[in-house]
Design a protein around this ligand. Structure first.
Ligand SMILES: [Zn+2]
Length: 466
């Protein structure tokens, strides 16, 4: 760790009324040599509709060898089409190492809030958790020797600090991007841990946490093995939502967070598919268009494998698979916006919740059909798994993957161009389920549905176990 500059992060939460009231963030960066007018740090004012924490006094203070660095915040535009950036720019050249600090408050939820991506840093009884993207201001993206340190001197005894990739104080060679897109939890947390695998929560949930932990563990082991993963680090963070429409999950690097409502009581069976979905997200991923929204491949593979892998593992029955398919059919075929193209959906993605659901179902049914097609062409010797696993292997080697990589690998399996069907899928053409989808275990009958907000019936399908 010699040639890279250091980036030290120290997090110091303060405890009051049974939870984290605010957190001081103190950082230092090794000799960045910022020129007057350049950004010393940036942060994401808004990530897919989730705001950055309130900063005390709206001030970040900076120092270097010459004392305080005068600096000003500027709106810096939208990055990757889903992050609104703010930069703090130096008003003079800097000299030597830089230190900066600020205080953030956990997010106060707006009224009538419902589950959204779990990026926000939020407090509940016992502590606070959230993703770095909503509380970390970071130096320019490059590799650093990053160290994370927790100062728990203003926290009650027994408090801990946990990060997606490590507990307590941690060092790693990485870019600040990793620190932003990973999870942090601090407080008097409960946990189940086994080496670098852990599950962390504060309030006692209304479901059987022992059973949930075992289920997460079983799912993780099977799914990680399927995706040929040999790393042991994986962490799951749990939060209690104070609102009713909860039950969501968000996956970040080698971790995910899920929420449950304090007002409705889910069972482990209710949670099961969401847990599997978030775990699958750790592996298949392409840089797909449109950026910043759910896409057919990333959500489609999470949907597809969250249904088929638990069944292959013997965790779910065929009846449960059927239920999952029916639920997805209702959301996709019964969606008035299902004929919009992927690009059109992205435009209204954050205004219309119906638009958010379509890529999930579209990807799910397209992948299920693709699986049958590969099996048919190869006389059952090959399947969708071969394509997806090859994508996962390439990603592990650091290759950049796009929909073109998908098409190229798929063409190799099929022996003909998959582009026409692919284009139809991205343009919003109805996906008619293949009779042999899901190993031909189901009979599929034509049906009709009148989607919410539409007046004419549209085709849908009834699934029955053969
Ligand atoms: Zn997902």
């Amino acid at each position: 760790m010699k040639n890279k500059p250091h980036f030290k992060i120290e997090l110091k939460p303060f405890w009051a009324d049974g939870t984290v009231k605010y957190m001081d963030i103190s950082c230092s960066v090794g000799k960045p040599e910022i020129k007057a007018g350049q950004a010393i740090v940036s942060y994401c004012r808004n990530v897919v509709s989730i705001p950055f924490c309130k900063i005390d006094g709206d001030i970040i203070s900076f120092w270097d060898d010459q004392g305080e660095i005068p600096a000003e915040s500027h709106y810096a535009g939208v990055l990757s089409s889903f992050m609104e950036m703010v930069e703090w720019r130096a008003k003079r050249d800097t000299a030597g190492d830089i230190r900066y600090s600020y205080r953030v408050f956990p997010r106060e939820l707006p009224k009538d809030y419902r589950s959204s991506p779990y990026f926000d840093f939020r407090a509940e009884e016992g502590g606070a958790n959230g993703a770095g993207i909503t509380f970390l201001a970071v130096p320019p993206q490059q590799e650093y020797c990053i160290s994370l340190k927790w100062d728990l001197t203003s926290m009650p005894e027994g408090s801990r600090g946990v990060w997606s990739l490590g507990t307590g104080d941690v060092s790693i060679e990485e870019t600040p991007n990793l620190m932003q897109f990973s999870y942090y939890a601090v407080g008097r947390m409960k946990s189940v841990e086994d080496g670098d695998f852990g599950i962390y929560w504060f309030s006692e949930p209304p479901f059987d946490m022992d059973k949930a932990s075992n289920r997460i563990r079983d799912l993780y082991n099977y799914i990680a093995e399927f995706f040929e993963d040999e790393e042991s680090v994986y962490r799951v963070f749990v939060r209690r939502d104070p609102f009713e429409k909860s039950g969501g999950g968000t996956a970040l690097r080698r971790s995910f967070m899920f929420g449950y409502s304090a007002k409705v009581f889910p069972t482990v069976e209710d949670l099961q598919n969401m847990l599997a979905h978030e775990i699958v997200h750790n592996w298949p991923h392409i840089d797909d268009e449109p950026a910043g929204v759910a896409t057919w491949f990333n959500e489609g593979t999470a949907e597809y494998y969250s249904v088929v892998l638990p069944h292959r593992a013997g965790i779910t029955s065929l009846e449960q698979v059927l239920e999952q398919i029916e639920g997805r059919a209702a959301k996709y075929y019964g969606n008035a916006l299902r004929a919009l193209s992927n690009m059109e959906l992205a435009k209204i993605y954050w205004e219309d919740r119906r638009a958010q659901v379509v890529p999930y179902g579209r990807g799910f049914f397209y992948l299920a059909n693709t699986d049958s097609e590969i099996r048919r062409v190869s006389d059952g010797k090959r399947s969708l798994d071969d394509v997806v696993l090859e994508l996962v292997r390439r990603r592990r080697r650091g290759e950049k993957l796009t929909s073109e990589t998908w098409l190229e690998l798929l063409e190799k399996e099929l022996g003909y161009s998959p582009r026409e069907k692919y284009d139809q899928m991205t343009e919003g053409t109805l996906i008619v389920p293949d009779d042999e989808a899901f190993g031909g275990a189901f009979e599929i009958e034509d049906d009709e549905v009148i989607p919410e907000g539409a007046s004419d019936p549209m085709p849908t399908y009834k699934w029955r176990i053969k």
